[in-house]
Design a protein around this ligand. Structure first.
Ligand code: NAD
Ligand code: UFG
Length: 355
């Protein structure tokens, strides 16, 4: 990327348009954006969230923000709202994220994720907004040719969800090239977990959780009986899958650093967001039991199709380009998840009543 001089202080006072801002990672990022005095407009269709999460953000910070209900596939609405808000930059969280569902309904995933991003880029062009931070995923790498994954690792996603991210990354690269002084930061998240220390916002999956941490916490709170551990015969310390879990508060901070970077540079950069440290399933269960004081019953089942033994980030590029590094470890991840889960046993909505 090359330096640009158009924005005096790239880190403060920006107008930030946030798609999918009512979701898990979006709400945690909003708290930090608002605390840093950025002006925010959230655009979300609440397909996997609810406006309640945004009310919680308002309770946490002393700054209000705009909020528009809308679908990113609705180009006309996006164009109107972006034109009115006139953002300096877009953070693009909105999308569907279930690996299993994507394999069953790939066209739906391409429609929301890829077509939705095309509509967003057209609306950004109309509004002359040339900077974007995009939620990508470590899943774009596919099976490890070497570990840890660095950003030069070949891209070979093994599921339809990962392929939507792969195609969006390519499209953003082309958009930046054509745009002259445009910029895109593609954040490749490893495994986001944890919650805000207040316990007011957190991950609130619909139905049965697909991911390890929300499943563990629902077993601990008594919503589910037993955790299924997907295989204990991997080539890892204890045979269970090893992942690079990243605290969502650290991940949110990476977005703020990426906003600053994108406002000060042109070009397209893919950047891993992880800690560089792997934690196995059994280690996570033990850490959660310690943090919660509850027993987490588990049973080892067969391997889940498509799972890899180990996924760990080389996170040095984030430090080099963004000045960002993870600060919070597995104990904080488990303690904050437990605080959120125990204060909100049913998530944002308590049996039909707004929490
Ligand atoms: P989330 O489901 O909690 O948040 C996504 C938000 O986007 C939700 O509020 C949802 O209502 C909204 N949304 C979905 N489709 C939309 C559409 N067509 N129009 C408008 N709004 C729409 O998910 P999250 O965990 O916060 O993830 C945010 C982003 O990060 C996603 O793009 C996801 O693919 C990516 N990501 C997440 C993880 C993870 O493990 N959580 C890992 C890697 C990448
Ligand atoms: N696991 C279990 N039992 C469960 C759920 C998970 O044993 O009930 C194990 C998995 O086998 C794996 C580990 O816990 O070893 C983590 O699994 P997750 O489903 O929590 O996370 P993944 O690494 O499979 O995938 C996640 C997101 C993807 C994203 C990827 C990389 O779900 O969307 O991280 O960012 F692409």
């Amino acid at each position: 990327m090359t330096a640009r001089n158009t924005i005096d202080d790239p880190h403060t006072g920006k107008r930030v348009f946030v798609t999918g801002g009512a979701g898990y990672i979006g709400t945690h990022t909003l708290v930090q954006l608002l605390s840093e005095r950025h002006s925010v407009c959230v655009f979300d269709n609440y397909s996997n969230s609810s406006p309640q999460s945004l009310e919680r953000v308002r309770r946490l910070v002393n700054h209000d923000f705009d909020q528009v209900e809308g679908d990113i596939r609705d180009e006309a609405k996006l164009t109107r709202v972006l034109g009115e808000f006139n953002p300096d930059i877009v953070i693009h969280f909105a999308g569907l994220k279930s690996v299993g569902e994507a394999n069953l309904f790939p066209v739906k995933y391409y429609e929301h994720n890829v077509q939705g991003t095309i509509a967003l880029l057209k609306a950004m062009d109309a509004a002359k907004c040339k900077r974007i931070v995009f939620s990508s995923s470590a899943t774009v790498y596919g099976a490890a040719k070497y570990l840890p994954y660095d950003e030069n690792h070949p891209l070979a996603p093994e599921n339809a969800y990962g392929r939507t991210k792969y195609h969006i990354e390519g499209m953003l690269g082309d958009w930046v090239k054509a745009g002259g002084d445009a910029s895109a930061v593609l954040l490749r998240y490893f495994n986001p977990v944890g919650a805000h220390e207040s316990g007011l916002i957190g991950e609130d999956p619909n139905d049965v959780p697909n991911n390890l941490m929300p499943f563990i916490s629902q077993v601990a709170i008594g919503r589910r009986d037993v955790l299924g551990i997907f295989g204990n015969d991997y080539d890892t310390r204890d045979g269970t899958g090893e992942r690079d879990y990243i605290h969502v508060v650290d991940l949110a901070a990476a977005h703020l650093a990426a906003v600053g970077y994108a406002c000060a540079h042109t070009g397209c950069e893919a950047i891993n967001v992880g800690t560089g440290t792997g934690v196995t399933v059994l280690e996570m269960v033990a850490a959660f039991e310690k943090a919660s004081g509850r027993k987490v019953a588990y049973r080892v089942t067969g391997r889940r199709e498509g799972d890899v033994a180990t996924s760990v980030a080389d996170a040095t590029k984030a430090l080099r380009l963004l000045g960002w590094t993870a600060r919070l470890g597995i104990d904080e991840m488990c303690a904050s998840t437990w605080k959120w889960q125990s204060k909100n046993p049913q998530g944002y909505v308590q049996r039909g009543k707004a929490a």
